[in-house]
Ligand binder design. Structure first.
Ligand code: ZN
Ligand code: ZN
Length: 240
């Protein structure tokens, strides 16, 4: 009997969402799995938005990506920000962060596999230092580390820096969100050089308008990155 199997026999692992006993570690119970809106069919190749149909057409674009400048190449999201998808994101902030990050790392690794190359550097979206100070944990960094552990890709947690607080994006329309984020993220003055020549996979917990990814992707290009792709745990289906 392997060590982990022996441990599980004594302490059965919990569902990372509801705490019910499950068979494998860092997963969901059957009920939570069924209620989580995983994106499995067609999705926008650039932002991961779920789209009608099941055809994995590599050239599929949503209306937003056809009309908004997206300074990155491809994007994927694990689930829609609704129901259990929303609950898991909130628990990543306020609940059992380590367990949810580890489960999420596996899901993102599967969903974003086509975006990862031998040259990929995983870069989490940075928090402004004041928000980090208050919240103590950057959930994007937790996801980035979990994804790096899962894939073996390198991770640079401080290649980018948020140079000013941008307040809440809530209540802003799309133009307001982009205007608020513009120039808010720069390459780190001492460690940003690591981005030069690398393929970058930006990681965030939630993608709404894409304004944050746009600011971060632009900063990566400014630092000489090659291909820039984005991945989020949850995709908000409409600007809300
Ligand atoms: Zn559950
Ligand atoms: Zn899109």
């Amino acid at each position: 009997m392997k060590m982990q199997t022996a441990v599980n026999a004594v302490f059965p692992p919990d569902c990372v969402c509801c705490g019910a006993p499950v068979e494998t570690e860092f997963g969901l119970c059957a009920a939570c799995w069924a209620e989580t809106p995983f994106i499995t069919g067609a999705s926008c190749d650039q932002c991961g938005m779920p789209l009608p149909g099941s055809d994995p057409d590599p050239d599929l674009r949503c209306d937003d990506c056809l009309s908004i400048a997206r300074p990155w190449d491809k994007g994927r999201a694990v689930f829609a920000y609704a129901g259990n998808g929303r609950r898991l994101v909130l628990r990543l902030k306020h609940g059992d962060q380590a367990a949810i990050a580890r489960a999420s790392g596996k899901w993102i690794a599967t969903r974003a596999a086509p975006l990862i190359t031998d040259n990929t550097l995983i870069v989490p979206i940075p928090l402004h230092w004041w928000r980090l100070f208050r919240r103590r944990v950057n959930q994007s960094a937790l996801l980035g580390q979990a994804l790096a552990n899962e894939t073996g890709a390198a991770m640079a947690p401080d290649a980018l820096r948020r140079i000013r607080g941008t307040g809440s994006q809530d209540g802003r329309d799309r133009e307001g969100r982009f205007a608020n984020l513009r120039d808010s993220i720069h390459p780190h003055p001492r460690r940003g050089h690591i981005l030069a020549g690398r393929d970058v996979l930006l990681v965030d917990d939630v993608m709404t308008s894409g304004a944050t990814f746009a600011a971060a992707a632009q900063a990566c290009h400014d630092a000489g990155a090659g291909n820039v792709c984005v991945t989020a745990l949850a995709r908000v289906a409409k600007d809300a």
